[in-house]
Design a protein around this ligand. Structure first.
Ligand code: ARG
Length: 434
């Protein structure tokens, strides 16, 4: 066990097994945060130099030494393990080890409370930016495929019952629009939590005129979390909103996965999932299972479960409470799993092999009944009357083709007027607007 940074004297030491419980998986989770913690520590050191708490040389030596730590950590020469209580202690230990007493001055004007809060905000900003990129890539693949194969007929379902002829253009365009929405939400939440809590210390401010604005700017934050109490009270709240953005995408991913697992079944036979995304059965030689699609579907459960766990942790009074440490596992678990899945989605979608013949063959003549009713309305009949007449003619629809139906669907957004250009323009605007 390490020599804790908060240890005051030999007496009053916490039992080792209690300490292990308190640390939990912190040191492992902090591996995800260490790079951000290092960046924030460098900015903090430079901020201290600007107000004369450190000399320029001291701050520079800290920045250089922290660069070394970042490189050693990235290449595996430095391992964050249970020699340390957490990532924050590891940073302080590294600096003290390399620079002696000067290294210990890094903690002037900050606490682990604002240190972890700033690292988490930087982490969330990074992951939300990645989420946005993956949503944009997904939307782009959907739009590209809609442009190429948009006219291909596909039976449309409601209640999982055959309803009307639809098209791949409508299916792809629908998922494109969903992911443009998800991209925009990721940007919105990114902007909403783009505030630096660094320099609020344990939640009450400090006795130095810290250059909080300068430090925030250097770290790329848009503004400050002004109030030190709120810097702590917003922990968990920001994480929840970040997971909202993630769950919007993972929820839509679940829906796409559902469609694909149905469409890929022998009963539908509409699509083949490329072998690169499938595995075999250990006993049934005939099987090739779309496991990727299924685990992409269940990924949403991880995100939703993490959200529920976070909500449960957050029943707290104002100020820092150690419970807040338990907001890290669900956040990091959900983003690690969620982004890993979303990163696979664009290539999976790009690789889908549609089976147009089966799709067309599945469009039974009765699916044209709504078109027939609409034609009769066009001829001047009241809709209810037209509806009854079309119902009586269900067995007389076999002259109609899926194309007749699709070409007649001219309402804005409908199969003959998908308005893909509007979606493309919006995607470009949201991507460019970040
Ligand atoms: N691991 C802790 C957390 O995530 C770091 C902050 C510790 N602060 C403290 N006062 N014990 O909340």
């Amino acid at each position: 066990m390490p020599d804790y940074i908060w240890k005051k004297s030999a007496s009053g030491a916490v039992d080792e097994h209690v300490m292990r419980f308190l640390a939990g998986d912190d040191v492992v989770l902090d591996r995800e945060l260490l790079a951000f913690d290092i960046r924030a520590s460098q900015a903090h050191a430079q901020g201290l130099a600007r107000i004369g708490v450190l000399t320029r040389e001291q701050a520079e030596s800290m920045v250089t030494s922290l660069d070394d730590l970042a490189s050693a950590f990235a290449c595996g020469d430095f391992v964050l393990d249970d020699r340390y209580e957490d990532g924050h202690s590891a940073i302080e230990a590294w600096l003290t080890d390399k620079l002696g007493d000067i290294g210990g001055r890094i903690h002037a004007g900050r606490s682990r409370n604002d240190q972890v809060a700033v690292a988490l905000r930087l982490y969330m900003k990074d992951r939300l930016a990645l989420l946005g990129d993956l949503c944009a890539r997904t939307a782009q693949v959907c739009l590209d495929r809609a442009a190429v194969e948009g006219d291909v007929p596909l039976p449309g379902h409601t209640h999982l019952q055959q309803a009307m002829p639809s098209s791949l253009g409508l299916w792809w365009g629908g998922h494109a629009e969903a992911f443009i929405d998800n991209l925009e939400l990721a940007h919105t939440i990114h902007a909403w939590l783009d505030a630096s809590p660094l320099g609020t210390a344990s939640g009450f401010g400090v006795n130095f005129p810290l250059d909080r604005d300068g430090v925030a700017e250097e770290l790329g934050f848009d503004r400050l979390v002004v109030n030190p109490q709120y810097a702590q009270n917003s922990r968990g709240k920001t994480e929840l909103r970040a997971l909202d953005a993630l769950s919007a995408a993972s929820g839509d991913l679940r829906r796409i996965s559902w469609d694909l697992s149905l469409f890929a079944s022998q009963e539908f036979g509409f699509v083949r999932v490329p072998a690169a995304f499938c595995t075999g059965s250990s006993i049934m030689p005939n099987k090739l299972n779309p496991d990727t699609v299924e685990l992409l579907r269940s990924l949403h459960a991880t995100v939703v479960g993490a959200r529920a766990e976070l909500e449960a942790v957050l029943s707290l009074p104002s100020g820092y409470q150690r419970d807040l440490q338990d907001t890290k596992p669900p956040l990091i678990r959900a983003f690690s799993r969620g982004l890993a899945g979303l990163a696979i989605l664009p290539e999976l979608l790009a690789g889908l092999e549609w089976q147009p013949n089966q799709m067309r063959a599945a469009i039974a003549p009765a699916l044209h009944a709504t078109d027939r009713a609409n034609e009769l309305v066009g001829e001047g009949k009241a809709f209810r009357e037209a509806y009854r007449q079309a119902a009586a003619e269900l067995d007389q629809m076999d002259q109609r083709t899926p194309e007749d139906s699709l070409n007649a669907r001219v309402s804005p957004g409908g199969c003959a007027n998908l308005l893909l250009d509007r979606l493309k323009t919006r995607l470009r605007a949201v991507v460019g607007g970040r």
